[in-house]
Ligand binder design. Structure first.
Ligand SMILES: *Cc1c(COP(=O)(O)O)cnc(C)c1O
Length: 454
């Protein structure tokens, strides 16, 4: 006999299950990161995990308690703790406890975040966060956008909107669109490939108006957008936005600023001057899941002219007519998506609860830790600083080491649980970089990692 409502009945959940989930989540979220506390985690091979668990998905189900046990005992330890203070690779993430609890609430409420009709309260709160970001950047009051899953979709959506605006402006479409950038993130190449456009990447660590101008002249009539990066992922360099904006304005070309990692530093007085010119952007993105203390996945996408972006992105169908016919603010209309989680709400919870001054303090602390780390590198005879950090990425070399040396060291460091740093490279060869977006990371954490390089 089948009972199709069995899973949705209140008695489908064992009595203590919710309490067990909350206890686990609370313990994890507030994890003591000191010795013997939150482990860094360790990747496991698929066969190790299979051996530990066997199949979990069966016709009859293994029950809630056993499912949670499998996650807590086997699966979670096989995931790195991205918020661990010694996780310094790639771009880490350190969500506040309130943001994480806010995320839990978002899941509990079954909110559809795509339209004003269905999610007005959530969309209102997301828009309050977007307005704060727009104001930090100095965009005009009419600016707006939405939250998407990450910088990759944010960049793609902005560039598609840029191409839409260019298409509407010109008489004849070029045979192939071009996107012009400096040392842009790999997702910009992906966006160009998805759009079947050419990516013209101008070499050099920092893009300036001077290097951009001749390229725009060469590709005149073909350029859908210029992508400037405010905080490159490898070295944390902020392109010269002011001169770039000047050249874009003169050429009538859309300026997109990719601040996925670095944009948080707009809230930091000690770094704000590096972003001069961002107020002239036609679009920009920042990932709160990177340095604005929100859980994955969360990217804020803002347009100077949201109406134009809406013309490009809004989906049309008979079953959507009721959403599109009015002037409602539908987040779905501003990116390559339709159904969406209200993923900006966790940011709103934390920002509202703690206040913007706490964000400024937390971001400044990361910048300060990065400056201390640079001094530690300079003081170590076996290390060489690649460049003075502009934001919170510190790049350096171990004198005399090959790429293989870096790789072996990185693997040993992770297996020992002492830290997570992976090798990268710049024009001069292999190097290491640490990225500090976790206010719990101290100069001592960095020092402990650097010691292992002696
Ligand atoms: C991380 C990053 C991205 C991609 O963001 P995801 O959220 O990982 O998709 C894009 N641009 C820059 C500059 C980044 O640092």
């Amino acid at each position: 006999m089948t009972d199709g409502s069995r899973m949705h009945r209140a008695d489908a959940v064992p009595a203590d299950f919710a309490a067990a989930v909350f206890t686990f989540a609370r313990r994890r979220v507030a994890a003591d990161t000191g010795p013997g506390g939150l482990p860094l985690g360790e990747p496991r091979s698929a066969s190790e995990i299979t051996a530990a668990l066997g199949p979990s998905i069966t016709a009859g189900g293994i029950g809630a308690d056993e499912t949670l046990r499998r996650f807590v005992d086997v699966l979670e330890p096989a995931c790195l703790s991205v918020d661990h203070p010694r996780y310094l690779a790639f771009v880490p993430s350190a969500a506040t406890e309130i943001a994480i609890l806010g995320d839990l609430v978002v899941s509990a409420c079954s909110i559809y975040g795509g339209s004003w009709l269905e999610g007005s309260g959530a969309v209102w709160a997301e828009n309050e966060v977007l307005a704060w970001l727009a104001q930090l950047a100095g965009l005009p009051a009419g600016a707006g956008g939405c939250f998407v899953s990450g910088g990759t979709i944010g960049n793609l959506s902005a560039l598609v909107a840029a191409r839409g605006a260019a298409t509407r402006r010109i008489a004849t479409r070029p045979e192939r669109w071009a996107i012009v950038s400096g040392d842009a993130h790999s997702s910009v190449a992906t966006a160009a490939a998805v759009m079947d456009a050419d990516l013209i990447a101008i070499p050099g660590e920092r893009l300036t108006g001077e290097t951009l101008a001749p390229v725009l002249a060469e590709y005149a009539g073909r350029v859908a957008a210029v992508v400037a990066t405010a905080g490159t992922t490898n070295l944390g360099v902020v392109d010269d936005l002011d001169s770039i904006a000047e050249v874009c304005a003169a050429a009538g070309v859309w300026l997109h600023v990719d601040a996925a990692y670095g944009g948080a530093a707009l809230a930091a007085p000690s770094a704000r001057h590096r972003f001069a010119g961002i107020e002239r952007a036609d679009s920009f993105i920042v990932d709160p899941h990177k340095w604005l203390f929100a859980p994955f996945d969360c990217c804020a996408l803002l347009y100077r002219d949201p109406a134009g972006a809406r013309t490009t992105h809004a989906q049309h169908a008979s079953y959507l007519g009721i959403l599109n016919d009015g002037d409602d603010w539908n987040p779905s209309d501003y990116a390559v998506h339709l159904s969406r989680r209200a993923r900006g709400l966790p940011v709103w919870f934390s920002l509202a609860a703690h206040g913007t001054a706490a964000y400024t303090a937390a971001i400044e602390q990361c910048l300060e830790t990065a400056r201390s780390a640079a001094r530690l590198v300079e003081a170590a005879p076996h290390l060489e600083l690649v460049r003075e950090p502009e934001l919170s990425i510190v790049a350096f070399r171990r004198r005399g080491w090959s790429e293989a040396d870096y790789r072996q060291w990185s693997e040993r460091l992770l297996l020992s649980g002492a830290g997570f740093v992976v090798p990268s490279a710049d024009a001069d060869g292999p190097m290491l970089r640490v990225c500090i977006v976790n206010p719990r990371t101290t100069p001592d954490d960095v020092a402990a990692v650097l010691t292992t390089l002696a």
